[in-house]
Design a protein around this ligand. Structure first.
Ligand SMILES: O=C(O)CCC(=O)C(=O)O
Ligand SMILES: [Fe+2]
Length: 363
């Protein structure tokens, strides 16, 4: 991992790719071959799937963060969190404490960012050696298929991983909102992780040492309308490398799909809710009790879609590996232990491919 003065920390690189939004503007009727997927790469939900009525669990964070840990509402919410993390790896949270006005302001700034003219976007485009800015991630070769999506990726916390040069180039209100939003999301992530630690039987100290000042990355995803949505993918199937991911769906358009028992379940955006999912690091820390789940995003012909994923990882400088207390509890370590830097270097060097990232951690 390189450490650049003024430019935070560079966790990886990705080949520079064209802007999908510009392509979509050209009123084309066919998408270029680089975006066309083979059938087996497209996990589309069909209306005949019997999972189409399933929906991911909803957790009330007001009840979960209650100071009265003896109350029955708290213990029932904690049980819900534990089973959602084991069975689904995905849930939505309501009453998360982030104000509606912040969510609205942040949303309008993100929309404005993607609507900037191309000359302005070019100034914020990725560079050869750094994946921050506009572009796509995990593009490792020129013949790799591309997602029908433009992304804007930034390191946000702790402050020493922030690329101050990039932040200075952002519209000032956006950089202020990114800052406030990332701090608020961090509180939610740390709160949920703390409760997961309790549910797993870990001590508060052990969980804190792993996650109290985690590395946080923010990824804004813009999925333009697509003339051939059945041939393209918005986001290839993958699991997230993080501890927890918190996803804010900015538009009402559905697109996120989650793998459940080999089928794909669509996650319908709930008003004022955030989607939370277990990442690979949390699967490793929990020694495999919690599961990071494959998910993907589809695109539509008549509606664009926007989402912001915040990836909350473990503390930098702390090894990624199963919690020692759980290894003792289970009498077995199911994953190996690697330096944080090695873990991420490996992750960003490959293309996204389902849960393959965890394979190299398995024992
Ligand atoms: O846009 C979505 O719903 C999915 C985004 C996602 O999976 C990610 O950013 O890792
Ligand atoms: Fe994801």
């Amino acid at each position: 991992m390189e450490n650049h003065k003024d430019v935070g920390i560079n966790f990886g690189r990705s080949l520079i790719v064209p802007c999908v939004q510009e392509l979509a503007k050209k009123s084309i009727t066919k998408i270029p071959p680089r975006y066309v997927r083979q059938d087996h790469q497209k996990p589309f939900l069909t209306s005949s799937d019997d999972t189409s009525n399933l929906s991911i669990p909803v957790i009330d964070l007001h009840a979960l963060f209650s100071t009265d840990s003896e109350s029955s509402t708290y213990s029932s919410e904690l049980n819900k969190l534990h089973s959602a993390s084991k069975e689904w790896g995905f849930f939505q949270v309501i009453n998360h404490g982030i104000s509606e006005s912040l969510l609205e302001d942040f949303k309008s700034e993100v929309l404005k960012l993607f609507k900037l003219p191309m000359e302005e976007k070019e100034k914020l485009w990725q560079k050869e050696d750094c994946q921050e800015g506009f572009g796509q991630l995990f593009v490792a070769s020129e013949d790799q298929k591309l997602d029908w999506c433009d992304k804007f990726y930034v390191n946000t916390l702790p402050l020493n991983i922030r690329n101050s040069k990039l932040f200075q180039k952002l519209p000032p209100i956006l950089s202020e909102k990114v800052d406030t939003y990332s701090r608020e999301i961090k509180k939610v992530a740390v709160g949920i992780l703390g409760e997961m630690g309790k549910a797993l039987g870990m001590s508060k100290e052990e969980m804190g040492e792993l996650f109290d000042d985690g590395a946080q990355f923010l990824q804004m995803n813009y999925y333009p309308q697509c003339p051939e949505p059945e041939l393209a993918m918005g986001f290839s199937p993958h699991s997230d490398a993080t501890g927890l991911t918190i996803l804010y769906q900015l538009t009402k358009t559905t697109g996120l799909q989650v793998r459940k028992h080999g089928n794909w379940v669509s996650v319908k955006p709930l008003p004022n809710a955030l989607v939370v999912n277990i990442g690979d690091i949390m699967e490793v820390v929990s020694n495999g009790v919690y599961k990071s789940i494959e998910h993907c995003a589809t695109v539509q012909s008549n509606e664009e879609r926007l989402s912001v994923a915040t990836f909350y990882s473990s503390n930098m400088g702390v090894e990624v590996g199963p919690a020692r207390s759980l290894v003792a509890q289970h009498n077995v370590a199911n994953f190996r232990r690697v330096a944080f830097e090695e873990y991420y270097k490996d992750f960003f060097a490959r293309k996204l491919d389902g849960k393959s990232n965890l394979e190299f951690m398995k024992l």
